[in-house]
Write a protein that binds this ligand. Sequence first.
Ligand SMILES: [Zn+2]
Ligand SMILES: [Zn+2]
Length: 388
Amino acid sequence: MTPEQLAELITLRHELHKIPEVSGDEEKTARQIQSYLRQNSPDQLLTGLGGHGVAAIYNGQAEGQTVLIRCELDGLPIEEVSDHAYRSTHQGRGHLCGHDGHMVMVAALAKELAQQRPRQGRVVLLFQPAEETGKGAAAVIADPRFAEIAPDFAFSLHNLPGLEVGKIALCNGVANCASRGMRIKLTGKTSHAAAPQDGVSPATALSHLLTELPALGGGENLGPDFALVTLTHANLGEATFGIAPGEAEIWTTLRCVTDRRMEQLIAEATDLVQQCADAEGLGVQIEFDDIFEACTNHPEASAILAEAAANAGSPAEIQEQPQRWSEDFGQFGKQAKSAMFWLGSGEDQPQLHNPDYDFPDAAIPVGVAVFKEAIDVILNDDALRNSS
Ligand SMILES: [Zn+2]
Ligand SMILES: [Zn+2]
């Protein structure tokens, strides 16, 4: 990548960084991406995919396989803390997961493909909405136009704080944990604070659940039995001194390495809630949200990424354990041979979703090179690969 090309991508990242939008709300971001893609003459440009999703399609010179490269459009509902000139201009919103960096790496591929189409098959550059809520990938796949895309392979990356900038890591098997939000509502009956015996308070059940739910999964040993239950929110009655409460709400996140263990954990948590509610004569309502299945790398797709990283001059370090966080990219694994890799964003880098996180621009050329090589491995023959 020439210094001029990198400078153009950095400018684009900073523009995107200034306008972070939360999941499902990525209108301005999608517009900016569409305008960049239009300048790079795709054969087809799909917009409004599964929400604000955008896909640019580049056809090869002959029939062949379809390779999808996916990045994410969304930012986070977190106020950015930084003094960069390009800091967020949207109050309470920040690109604090590095999706701005991911987008420009995929945008860079558009420029490459505009200059040189693949020898065979086609490349789909997908800018997916709503990754952070786990809803976007499924929405894109459910869009009737996705049936036409029907990828054979799907690749993605996530930047990884803690790994040296530009280094590549890869997981064989599960790459990201399954997780889901569990919203528990307990309903009793309010009464005068002077006569709590006349009501049904959820306070006792709540206090049990606050200790017993986390005890279902302490998060030890990131193997197939891994289970972690994290309380994220709780509420009891109203903020008043005159009323004994009649309602309580608890939110908790369940996390497992495998979807099978997740099924068990859901059953265990549901039983526990039901028992606590029954013991106090409370009504109970359970809802699940932010549902992520385990994201698993397909062996063939994973091997292609390893080859691509080696060809790009950044051989992948193989990691034995998955990341504890979740990714809805796993959804594409139901349609295609899919795999994702980690791109180091620095050993001293703040963690993802920290208010002072910022994607390191120095990692851009490495991510672009690995994607480019993966496309080459599948769609271009050796002669063409050597000439590029
Ligand atoms: Zn994130
Ligand atoms: Zn992310």
